[in-house]
Design a binder for this molecule. Sequence first.
Ligand SMILES: *[C@@H]1O[C@H](CO)[C@@H](O)[C@H](O)[C@H]1NC(C)=O
Ligand SMILES: *[C@@H]1O[C@H](CO)[C@@H](O)[C@H](O)[C@H]1NC(C)=O
Length: 143
Amino acid sequence: MNTILTILFLVGSVSSSILFWRRTPTFFHANGTLYCGMYKPWCFHVSMFETDYPFGDDRIDFFGTRCTSNAYYPYDIKGIQTGDGLWNEDYELTMYVSHNCTRGGDIRRIERVTKNVPLSDHHVNIVWNVNVADLGEFVDYYA
Ligand SMILES: *[C@@H]1O[C@H](CO)[C@@H](O)[C@H](O)[C@H]1NC(C)=O
Ligand SMILES: *[C@@H]1O[C@H](CO)[C@@H](O)[C@H](O)[C@H]1NC(C)=O
């Protein structure tokens, strides 16, 4: 059993290195403006992950944590990925905004799953503007 697993693992590693080697990188860019009209100051953190990465989620980039008393705050994140998990044909991207623009000041996290992006796309631009006030699941920290 162990031998079979080892062989499968080796075959998988070799094949995926060949796939990685062949692929050209994809550039990711996401930006937008966060809005918090009701509470101040407030803090936030924006992040973008590739969520089907074989060894756990792969964070592409993040912005923050920043705190501001302005109602509007622009963010901009970018990153590069080369290839994906073993046999996947696309990137699965998820963006998060965690913030404490909330009534009690607790941290909440808003999730946005973007469309799957084919590996053959070389440039991906995402625009996400969010009015964050009191939105999202409660979380313990900015991430
Ligand atoms: C987002 O990026 C685009 C293209 O680079 C730019 O035109 C736009 O002004 C940016 N928006 C924000 C809110 O930064
Ligand atoms: C958010 O957290 C910061 C830092 O802890 C705090 O100063 C601010 O008052 C909090 N904002 C709200 C709306 O509770």
